[in-house]
Unconditional design. Structure first.
Length: 173
C-alpha cells in the first residue's frame, strides 16, 4: 500500500462450531445455538458475511473441552460451553464454494499432530478455497485435554513450545 493509499480496516466475524462459545447467548430467545451442527446455518452465515463485504470468517477451534483443575466442570456439558465441537476445516470447502470473496481462518495447534497432516489439510483448503484460507497457529490448549485425548504427555515450557512451533511451521511451509 502506498503512502497515498487510504488505510483499510479488515472486517471479520469470530465463530466456533459448537453450541455456545462460553457467552450466555443460550439464554437469549434469539440465540441460534440449536443450529450449530447444521451446515445450512453456516452456509447462510457465510453468504450473509460475503454479501455484506466482510473480509473473513474466523473459526476459533479447541481440541477437547474446557478444564478446571484437570477436570471438565459440570457446566461445560450442561450448557454446551465450547463442547461438543465440530471440525470447521471440514465445512470450509462448502462455505468457500457458496461465497466469492470471503476468506476463512481456522485454528490449528502445532502440539497434537505431526506437520505432514496439517500441511496436507491446509494445502487442500488453499486449493478448494482459491487461496482464501488462513491459519491461526496456536501452540496448545489445555494440557489435561491434550494428555487425555491425544496421548501427548511431554510437557514443554512456554519457550520450548514456541521453538517446536517454529520448527513445525518450517516443515509445513
Amino acid at each position: 500500500m502506498s503512502a497515498d493509499s487510504p488505510k483499510r480496516i479488515l472486517l471479520g466475524a469470530f465463530e466456533m462450531m459448537n453450541p455456545n462459545n462460553g457467552m450466555p447467548t443460550w439464554t437469549d430467545p434469539r440465540g441460534r445455538g440449536d443450529d450449530w451442527d447444521d451446515l445450512s446455518y453456516w452456509l447462510g452465515l457465510a453468504t450473509m458475511l460475503d454479501a455484506a463485504g466482510f473480509d473473513f470468517l474466523f473459526f476459533a477451534d479447541t481440541y477437547g473441552y474446557a478444564t478446571l483443575d484437570g477436570r471438565m466442570p459440570d457446566e461445560v456439558a450442561a450448557h454446551g460451553i465450547q463442547f461438543p465441537a465440530l471440525d470447521p476445516m471440514l465445512a470450509i470447502p462448502a462455505l468457500a464454494h457458496a461465497t466469492s470473496q470471503l476468506g476463512f481462518v481456522v485454528t490449528s495447534p502445532t502440539t497434537v499432530e505431526k506437520p505432514y497432516g496439517t500441511a496436507r489439510r491446509f494445502a487442500t483448503l488453499d486449493r478448494f478455497t482459491a487461496g482464501r484460507i488462513g491459519w491461526n497457529v496456536v501452540t496448545g490448549s489445555s494440557q489435561a485435554t491434550t494428555d487425555e485425548l491425544f496421548g501427548v504427555t511431554q510437557k514443554l515450557s512456554h519457550d520450548e513450545r514456541y521453538d517446536a512451533a517454529d520448527e513445525f511451521l518450517d516443515t509445513c511451509l
